[in-house]
Design a protein around this ligand. Structure first.
Ligand SMILES: CC(C)(COP(=O)(O)OP(=O)(O)OC[C@H]1O[C@@H](n2cnc3c(N)ncnc32)[C@H](O)[C@@H]1OP(=O)(O)O)[C@@H](O)C(=O)NCCC(=O)NCCS
Length: 198
């Protein structure tokens, strides 16, 4: 696969595809509990905000995979709350009522309550590849393109949180030069590992 040909910068038109893939392929993640309309709004903000970006592979009507990255996660969340807060909040009300604890953990993590002081500010927020496109290097190409883009922005390091037992993700990040730095429990009972590059 030619990485340069296949990975492209995501646009607002890709936000729905990213939100759908997030919902189907990262169903255990905290943000899914807030609903697909919330995720569409969040990925639209990732595209619009200059401190974050979306990279995708495939056609916008049915993307094969994506990676979303923030130079500083807290800045993205603050921008999101400032620009989209009211509408996103309303969209998420039923989910907030269903899962207040998970939502709290998300906000705590995203706004700096956890001790991340020794870790890079930049963060890979999410990576997902459609099941039909897996095992062909799409995930690895997306992560490599993400670190390339960070380098082009003058950002030399990035972190990512993933489930400790997510073997495909651990291999994908390992191949891209990430190594484990800390373990955490973003969700009660689920061990998460914080990896960092380089
Ligand atoms: C993790 C994920 C993005 C990988 O996408 P992918 O395009 O299949 O990944 P690649 O083809 O680039 O393969 C990456 C590595 O995972 C390995 N891998 C792929 N599927 C695997 C599986 N089922 N079990 C074990 N390893 C697997 C590959 O062999 C490769 O390792 P290698 O380079 O040592 O050979 C994809 O499985 C996915 O979307 N999972 C659900 C969402 C998720 O967990 N995201 C990551 C957390 S944010």
């Amino acid at each position: 696969m030619s990485r340069a040909d296949a990975v492209r910068t995501g646009t607002e038109a890709d936000a729905v595809g990213a939100a759908r893939l997030h919902t189907s392929e990262l169903p255990e993640g905290f943000l899914v509990t807030l609903g697909t309309p919330f995720l569409v709004r969040l990925y639209t903000r990732v595209v619009r905000f200059r401190g974050s970006f979306l990279l995708v592979m495939g056609d916008e009507s049915d993307i094969d995979g994506f990676v979303a990255v923030a130079e500083r996660t807290g800045d993205l969340y603050r921008e999101f709350l400032r620009r989209d807060g009211v509408r996103a909040g309303l969209a998420a009300v039923p989910a907030l009522a269903r899962a207040p604890r998970r939502t709290w953990e998300t906000l705590r993590y995203g706004t700096g309550g956890a001790d991340l002081s020794d870790l890079p500010d930049a963060e890979i927020l999410s990576v997902a590849v459609a099941p039909r496109a897996r095992g062909r290097g799409v995930g690895r190409a997306l992560v490599a393109a993400a670190t390339d883009e960070l380098g082009a922005r003058g950002v030399g390091a990035v972190r990512v949180v993933t489930a400790a037992d997510n073997e495909p993700a651990r291999r994908m990040y390992g191949a891209a030069g990430f190594s484990p730095r800390a373990t955490t429990e973003v969700h009660a009972g689920v061990e998460q590992v914080v990896l960092a590059w380089p």
